[in-house]
Structure formats: structure tokens, C-alpha cells
Unconditional design. Structure first.
Length: 297
């Protein structure tokens, strides 16, 4: 099955961004990792092929294409080409790793990609559905052909339209086509179910991301957001340390954005010191957060 990247013809900036126009026309491809990429390190992960039946996308997804003329390319699901090789051997593959996105940016990019992932799934579901819907006609045609040759072999030597060998060979062909078509319908139905179920998983992920984005946006409006989700910067915990050191009571009313999730500071402090959250030290908070990020829980 050939998977086509979706070019949505927008100025949307995903993880891959072609910056060649800023480089005198010479190749320049930037990649901004997700906040949670490479085990919450906010570092670029190796490319991984898209599986249209999966329930989610790889962080650094790839739709690889080889054309008849020897041209090879790798695109993300938004259609941005990050690698290509011509038949003469010339290629462009250098990728510049730019600063990672924070979690809010990451969720927006992921949702955009997941929406395109749903489009791929719908296209493949239509392909499987059409195969199933066209099967009755295919079986009917095969049955008619089989009956035609079967009837011919019953005629006398001089009344036959075809030789016995030819008729039996054609009957075997039609039988094989019918059997293969039947197995094809079984597989197409299984594939359709996989696509349907995984599409629901993707929709749930989009809904969860949207809900979390609303939580982050609301916390920003109320000036109650502590964002330490980008782990690729120097001293990524600095904002949290300053908030807790300055006024732990005020900090306890805020929302904390980690690379892989968004949580309330109050719940985090209770996990550290259930008896009295206001007696939690900044060092305890940082150590606990580092543990959460490292263990991804």
C-alpha cells in the first residue's frame, strides 16, 4: 500500500520547515522537536515510517517515496520534504535542529498532523470499502465465466467453442479468482475495522490535546502558568525554581507544564508533602519534577 503525504497548502509551520528561501535558495531544512520527543529530552528523534493502521503518529514521521525514475524522497504528513535523492545521485539531506517547541506549540502541531492522519485513514477506508462493495459484481462475473466454460466442456467435440484444456484452464482461473477475491474481502474487512478503531483513538487524542490546550490558554490568561516543557534549553527548571522560591503559596495555585503533560502545582506539591504543601522546599520540587520527566509517569 502506498501512502501519500498530504500537502494542505497552508503556511502552517510544523516540525519540519523549509528555510531555503532564507538561505539564498540553497537547501536549508530546520527541525523543531516536540517538547516530549526522545524520552522528554526535547531532542530530535530518528525518522520512523507512518503506519496508516496505527493509533498515533511517530514523533518524527516519514512517508518515503521511490519513483520510477529513481527519485527518492521523504516527507512528513504535512507534505514537507526533508530528504530527496535524484537518479544521478545528487541529494539533499542535511537537517538543522532548531530549538524545540514548548508543549503548547507541540500539541498544536501534533493536532494538525493528527487531522491529516485521519484524512489518510479515511482515504484507505474508502479503498477497502470500495473493494468490498465491488466484490459481488466481480464474483458474479467470475461465476458467469465459469458457467460458460463449464457448459462448453459438456458439448460434443464438434460443438465446443474451446478445447477441453483451454476450458478447464479457464475454469481453474475463475475458481482461483473467486477464492482470492473471497480472502481479499476478509482481509479488507479486517483492515477496515482496524482503520475505524484506530481513527477513534486518533480522535480521542485530538480531543485530549484540545482540552489541554484550553487549560494552558486559560492559565496564561490568569497569569498562573509555569512552563518548563522545553528541556533543550539551558537550565530548563529555572522558571519553576524561581516561582517556588519566591512564594510557594502563590505557586501552589498555578498550572505547571511539563514536556509530556500539564498538571496543577497543588497536586504536585501534595505528592511531595501530603501533610503540608507549604513546607515543601524548592529542591524537593525540582528533584520530584526531574523524576517525573525522566520516568515519564
Amino acid at each position: 500500500m502506498k501512502i501519500q503525504a498530504i500537502n494542505n497548502n497552508t503556511n502552517f509551520k510544523g516540525l519540519f520547515t523549509n528555510k531555503s528561501h532564507e538561505n539564498g535558495g540553497d537547501w536549508k531544512m530546520e527541525y523543531r522537536p516536540y517538547s516530549w520527543e526522545s524520552n522528554n529530552t526535547s531532542k530530535m528523534q530518528a525518522k520512523q515510517r507512518v503506519d496508516v493502521y496505527a493509533s498515533t503518529l511517530p514523533d518524527n514521521e516519514e512517508i518515503f517515496e521511490t519513483r520510477y525514475n529513481g527519485y527518492e524522497s521523504s516527507r512528513d504528513i504535512l507534505g514537507t520534504e526533508s530528504y530527496y535523492k535524484h537518479s544521478d545521485g545528487t541529494m539533499r539531506k542535511t537537517i538543522t535542529e532548531a530549538p524545540a517547541m514548548n508543549r503548547e506549540e507541540s500539541l498544536k502541531v501534533q493536532n494538525n498532523k493528527l487531522e491529516n492522519f485521519l484524512q489518510l485513514k479515511r482515504h484507505e477506508m474508502n479503498t477497502q470499502s470500495n473493494f468490498i462493495l465491488n466484490t459481488p459484481q466481480e464474483l458474479s462475473d467470475s461465476a458467469r465465466e465459469y458457467d460458460r466454460y463449464s457448459s462448453d466442456v459438456k458439448h460434443g467435440y464438434f460443438s465446443r467453442s474451446y478445447s477441453l484444456d483451454s476450458s478447464y484452464r479457464q475454469m481453474d482461473n475463475e475458481y482461483s479468482k473467486t477464492k482470492d477475491r473471497g480472502m481479499g474481502v476478509v482481509n479488507a474487512f479486517k483492515n477496515y475495522v482496524k482503520l475505524r478503531d484506530s481513527s477513534e483513538d486518533v480522535k480521542r487524542s485530538i480531543a485530549q490535546n484540545t482540552e489541554e490546550l484550553a487549560l494552558i490558554e486559560n492559565a496564561k490568561k490568569e497569569r498562573k502558568l509555569i512552563d518548563i516543557s522545553n528541556r533543550s534549553i539551558y537550565d530548563p527548571n529555572r522558571a519553576l525554581w524561581e516561582e517556588v522560591s519566591s512564594d510557594i503559596r502563590a505557586a501552589s495555585e498555578k498550572t505547571l507544564v511539563l514536556p509530556h503533560k500539564t498538571i496543577s502545582m497543588k497536586s504536585l506539591l501534595k505528592s511531595i508533602n501530603p501533610a503540608n504543601i507549604l513546607q515543601t522546599t524548592p529542591t524537593q520540587v525540582i528533584h520530584f519534577v526531574d523524576s517525573l520527566i525522566k520516568n515519564i509517569r
